[in-house]
Design a binder for this molecule. Structure first.
Ligand SMILES: Nc1nc2c(ncn2[C@@H]2O[C@H](COP(=O)(O)OP(=O)(O)OP(=O)(O)O)[C@@H](O)[C@H]2O)c(=O)[nH]1
Ligand SMILES: [Mg+2]
Length: 558
């Protein structure tokens, strides 16, 4: 399910090649922005034997992970371009099926996938209604794809921008035409009316596999148009995935109710704290460090695909459950929210949320907004969001000199936003640059919190021995206004909502152990506060009356 998410995030363009040389197949698939129907599912995910599970981009070589060509529109400043490109490359590299809890290849050993940095038409409000990019850029991508050295490698094209359905469709056609010509995949009606593969004749694209291409209970292919075939496969895949989601939902509901039976929300023994955040922020590493568990963590995006619960001992000795969740990512298509619901019900049901941010990320503020937006989308109450603890993790990576100046006014250019001085000419040729050659803006990108210690830092007893927290790990409460100014988050329906009015911050390093005690103490304090509020809200008649010690003394008086 999540692989599907990955394969379409930002990328709205995918080419599928049949691994079987005997029946070469090339597919161009599209998704539509903002529709809640089924296009998350791809017909190419189905096979004669039934739908393939999980892997949405098929590799030409079934033994190897699929290879993507990343097309990254240029962004300003350079640091933003760098982080967006790094995210896209990481995402492309992360497309690999996890087997037996492990990935097939070492992530660190993988080289960067092929990529092109191209001009950004949106930056000047000149994105082309038909193909998003201008003709020069499309030609460049075509050139790259038809180059001999890239021919064998690329299974799909990943455009790291939001394309409309029409733009995607047109781009697909352009690139697909090229690939069809290269591999002669188009099935054509020859002079005798016979269907055959070939470069000449009256072209009629029919089932890529032809007769017997995997229908349930009937033969399909000839006679079934490409569109019908795609629709049927999408429908089959959708039904299968929805069944899987329902299974996950049922299992989690049973687990939750069993947890509640053994001690549940507020005031009882076991509370659940969901750890949420942008992908790769360090959630799993942090949960592992806090609970002394060994959760899978990796530099790849979406290392965690299933929420995991780990128990942790709070400073008072009280036990709580930490739920490590799937990471969020920007430009999450609306239709994926449905898929996220099952895995993120844990978040909606949790007693409290901890939001982990990668403090070394240059676009920290964008990550923050994305997470808040997704939380809203999956139905987390505003009250819970307001009460969320914000953790700035990876503090060990932060160069303080760079970060101390406050948040940069850099702008993340999305579709519709423009920055006039970015490009000189639209679609100048030869836009390919290497990732290494991208300018890195080392300027201050994010505001940093003051290092002042709070009164309750460092002194709380803990059952674990973490590395001594430094002053960097000090806890401080700041209003979001102080930290970020008046910010509002825009959801996909165009509604805005305010950022939490007051957010508590703690800086941590899950690797060195900095700030972990403070975080545990803060979790406990927040839980106690919440519990008090809940108890108060019962009112005088909801609580059992118990005699106070004064009452007892009075009663004992003769
Ligand atoms: N230097 C440093 N690296 C960290 C820290 N926390 C996590 N990392 C590294 O960041 C990478 C991502 O960590 P994960 O714990 O997998 O991140 P995640 O948020 O769970 O990611 P997803 O499951 O993909 O959403 C790993 O390589 C970690 O070793 C930290 O405090 N400091
Ligand atoms: Mg994780």
């Amino acid at each position: 399910m999540l692989r599907g998410a990955i394969s379409r995030l930002g990328a709205r363009l995918r080419l599928h090649a049949d691994p079987s040389p005997a029946s070469p197949r090339l597919r161009v698939l599209s998704t539509r922005r903002g529709k809640r129907s089924s296009p998350t599912l791809s017909p190419a995910d189905c096979d004669d034997e039934g739908p393939l599970r999980g892997l949405f981009v098929l590799s030409r070589d079934p033994e190897c992970p699929p290879r993507l060509l990343v097309v990254q529109p240029r962004l300003r400043p350079g640091s933003l371009l760098e982080s967006k490109l790094a995210e896209a490359l990481n995402l492309a590299n992360s497309l690999e099926e996890r087997r037996d809890g492990f990935y097939h290849s070492e992530f660190g050993a993988k080289g960067a996938p092929p990529h092109l940095v191209v001009q950004n038409p949106a930056s000047r409000g000149r994105s082309h209604a038909d193909t998003y990019f201008g003709p020069g850029t499309v030609d460049n991508v075509k050139c790259y794809l038809s180059a001999t050295e890239s021919e064998e490698d690329v299974d799909a094209v990943f455009v790291n921008a939001i394309l409309s359905g029409i733009q995607q469709r047109n781009l697909e056609s352009e690139l697909a035409a090229l690939m069809y010509m290269k591999t002669r995949l188009v099935r054509v009606r020859g002079p005798g009316g016979r269907l055959t593969f070939g470069p000449s004749g009256e072209a009629e694209v029919v089932s890529a596999r032809g007769r017997g291409s995997g229908g349930r209970g009937f033969m399909s292919g000839a006679g079934e148009t490409e569109l019908q075939l795609q629709r049927r496969r999408i429908q089959e895949r959708r039904v299968s995935l929805l069944a899987q989601i329902e299974d996950v939902r049922r299992t989690r509901a049973i687990q939750r109710s069993s947890r509640k039976r053994h001690g549940g929300s507020f005031g009882q023994e076991l509370v659940t704290v969901a750890v949420v955040g942008y992908t790769n922020a360090g959630k799993s590493t942090l949960v592992s460090a806090l609970s002394e568990a060994d959760l899978y963590s990796d530099d790849r995006l979406f290392a965690t695909v299933d929420p995991r619960l780990r128990s942790v001992i709070l400073p008072s000795g009280r036990k709580a459950l930490l739920s490590d969740t799937v990471g969020f990512i920007s430009d999450l298509p609306v239709q994926l929210v449905e898929a996220f619901h099952a895995t993120l019900e844990e978040v909606v049901e949790a007693d409290m949320l901890v939001h982990v941010l990668d403090s070394s990320a240059s676009n920290l503020e964008e990550h923050r907004s994305t997470v808040l937006q997704v939380l809203q989308q999956i139905g987390v109450s505003q009250e819970k969001i307001n009460n969320m603890i914000e953790v700035w993790n990876k503090i060990d990576l932060v160069d303080e000199n760079v970060k101390s100046d406050g948040i940069d006014d850099e702008v993340f250019l999305t579709e519709g936003e423009q920055e006039d001085d970015i490009f000189s000419e639209d679609d100048a040729p030869s836009e390919q640059t290497s990732f290494d050659s991208v300018d890195v803006d080392d300027g201050a990108d994010s505001e940093y919190l003051s290092e002042e210690n709070s009164e309750d830092s460092n002194e709380l007893p803990s059952k674990k021995s973490f590395a001594e927290p430094t002053e960097m790990g000090a806890m401080k409460e700041l209003s979001s206004k102080e930290c970020f100014g008046e910010l509002r988050v825009l959801d996909t329906n165009g509604h805005t909502f305010p950022q939490p009015a007051s957010t508590c911050h703690v800086k941590t390093s899950a690797v060195t152990g900095t700030g972990l005690q403070e975080l545990l103490a803060l979790i406990e304090r927040k839980l106690t506060e919440q519990q008090t509020v809940v108890q108060r809200s019962y009112g005088p008649f909801d609580r059992k009356w118990r005699p106070t010690s004064m009452d007892c003394e009075k009663a004992a008086e003769p």
